[in-house]
Design a binder for this molecule. Structure first.
Ligand code: NAD
Length: 232
């Protein structure tokens, strides 16, 4: 294999075709345009009830809508399985998404750098547990999700994953949220090859060696086959 260690960065765009609106382009209040308003550390401090209620509502709709992975998520799980079965090297997905669609598609190595709606934290003990289906208690709990103004999760793990990545593919992200937008620079600096897959042009896509524009559900299955067949 030409490449040994693959890292995929995913953003809201990969889940768009599963029905979850993206942050920038979505018209939906909770998942889309007003996402930021409810998701800052300031809003949690100064308007705790409203902030927690917004996450409870997002969680409720997440359960209600029963979002399913699409062909983009499934193709990444296929590539991970191929990598593992053939003992080629490391395969990791770093996701900015707080949904669980990679896991539902069968991916095992998923780093949730912005946390997950599947987990919640006790504010007195800092214990992180599964967030079942019940709403959060605003006095005791918060979502295990990175709010704007907070540091990303698993920073050290991500750092070391990027350091040995020789093929890096960013999918469905507008590259506007730091530090994810800079991962490509780190991989390139260490000699890795980088690809950007997105529906539309973004102002930082010139950072990548190669860009492919279109829907991730259509592009990723072909890209994955090309990698497996060593056509890339
Ligand atoms: P973003 O909304 O800023 O950008 C999404 C990008 O995906 C856009 O550039 C858009 O052109 C592209 N896109 C849309 N549909 C696509 C498709 N079918 N195929 C390929 N590309 C497509 O998202 P971001 O860069 O991930 O940053 C937004 C922040 O909001 C992140 O922190 C993210 O975690 C969060 N967020 C998460 C979810 C989720 O968990 N599913 C949803 C909304 C927002």
């Amino acid at each position: 294999m030409k490449y040994k260690n693959i890292t995929i960065l995913t953003g809201a765009g990969i889940s768009a075709e599963s029905g979850i609106p993206t942050y920038r382009t979505g018209e939906d209040k909770l998942w889309g345009t007003d996402f930021k308003e409810f998701s800052t550390i300031q809003s949690l401090r100064t308007n705790r009830i409203k902030s927690i209620e917004a996450f409870n509502e997002r969680k409720r709709r997440y359960i209600e809508n029963d979002y399913k992975p699409n062909a983009g998520h499934f193709s990444l799980a296929k590539l991970e399985n191929y990598w593992r079965d053939n003992k080629i090297g490391c395969f990791n997905v770093i996701t900015q998404n707080i949904d669980s669609l990679h896991e539902l598609a069968g991916s095992n190595h998923v780093v949730h750098m912005h946390g997950s709606l599947a987990k919640k934290r006790r504010i007195d003990t800092n214990n992180v547990v599964d967030w079942g289906n019940e709403p959060l208690n605003p006095d005791l709990e918060r979502p295990e999700v990175v709010l704007f103004g907070e540091e990303i999760m698993h920073g050290r793990t991500i750092e070391s994953i990027l350091n040995f990545t020789d093929l890096y593919i960013a999918v469905g992200t507008s590259m506007t949220v730091f530090p994810a937008s800079d991962f490509v620079l780190q991989v390139k600096q260490l000699g890795g090859y980088t690809i950007f897959v997105n529906e539309e042009k973004c102002f930082l896509d010139g950072r990548f060696h190669k860009t492919i524009y279109g829907k991730s559900s259509e592009i990723l299955p072909k890209l994955v086959d090309d990698i497996i067949n060593e056509l890339l």
